[in-house]
Design a protein around this ligand. Structure first.
Ligand code: ADP
Length: 214
């Protein structure tokens, strides 16, 4: 039901843009604008459907993983690099704390996707002047990767819902997003036989902890 509801808006906009183009009397500029809008909306729909497919594949065990002895450090470096511009633009500092070599049994691309989602959220939900810390340590049989931010935090009543598909917190509305990031994170980490936890409170930031088998 949620999926149908969430797809209705971009599909309605897609159709609206196409109808406007047809009624525009053939002005090339208007036509081009309408086509650009159609592409944008269809991209949104595509991302939503692909992510939903990924989530359900990971949850049902159908996701094809390529687990290997993976040095997590360069993967984290890559993700931090990717978000450094967005964070700098926003005035959020990003720091790291992990050794040059720390191995987990994991699929490189999928773990990059997990970390990208967590870092994206950390930067997105942290106001200017705040900071984000990414760390990784060996913890018993696990590798523990944490993403800690000084952002807006999550209220107790929302903590259970954030992992649900298409759930978006009330205070996240002004930010871009589909509400699928954390469901994907949880599904991928689960497919690795790992687990992900959060500890957060409004106003005092959030800490997401990913445990992966070492
Ligand atoms: P999205 O970010 O697209 O809304 P997610 O599934 O990634 O969707 O996250 C679900 C909700 O969890 C967000 O809408 C937000 O309310 C909350 N959330 C996730 N990460 C954080 C964070 N680091 N700080 C505060 N709130 C967060």
């Amino acid at each position: 039901d949620d999926v149908a509801h969430d797809l209705r808006t971009p599909i309605t906009r897609l159709r609206g843009a196409a109808e406007t183009a047809l009624q525009s009397g053939g002005d090339e500029g208007d036509m081009r604008d309408a086509l650009a809008e159609c592409i944008e909306e269809s991209e949104r729909i595509q991302i939503m459907l692909n992510t939903l497919m990924d989530v359900s594949e990971a949850e049902t065990g159908a996701m094809r993983l390529n687990p290997q002895k993976l040095n997590v450090a360069p993967v984290l470096d890559e993700v931090v690099d990717l978000y450094s511009y967005v964070a700098e633009d926003k005035g959020v500092s990003v720091a790291t704390d992990y050794p040059a070599e720390i191995f987990a049994l994991a699929d490189r691309n999928r773990i990059r996707q997990v970390m990208a989602n967590l870092l994206d959220n950390a930067v997105k939900y942290t106001p200017e002047g705040g900071s984000v810390l990414i760390s990784a340590v060996r913890s018993g049989e696990d590798v523990l990767i944490t993403v800690k931010d000084t952002g807006i935090g999550i209220s107790g009543s929302e903590l259970d819902s954030i992992w649900d598909r298409l759930y978006r917190g009330d205070r996240s509305r002004p930010e871009r997003g589909l509400g699928l990031g954390l469901s994907l994170v949880k599904a991928i980490v689960g497919a690795h036989r790992g687990r992900v936890e959060v500890s957060s409170a409004p106003g005092s930031g959030s800490e997401f902890s990913v445990h992966l088998p070492a």
